[in-house]
Design a protein around this ligand. Structure first.
Ligand code: ZN
Length: 68
């Protein structure tokens, strides 16, 4: 694959997905700073540490699978 073909795949849709993920990272870092990182954003229950290690962008506990 040439460089030009590789660049062509970096389309706006891909950039939007990347931006969304990076925004999630920003929000996760902010929650980490203010001390609410382990707190479920829906029910305020603590999220299991092993779940956060496996999925650092997790913002909800396991009780809300429809939101993840
Ligand atoms: Zn919850």
């Amino acid at each position: 694959m040439s460089d030009a073909e590789h660049d062509a795949e970096f389309d706006n849709e891909s950039v939007s997905v990347i931006e969304g993920t990076l925004n999630d990272v920003d929000r996760a870092l902010e929650r980490l700073r203010v001390g609410s990182y382990r707190q479920c954003q829906v029910c305020q229950s603590p999220i299991a540490t092993h779940d956060l290690v496996a999925a650092p962008l997790l913002a909800n506990c396991g009780a809300h699978p429809e939101l993840s």
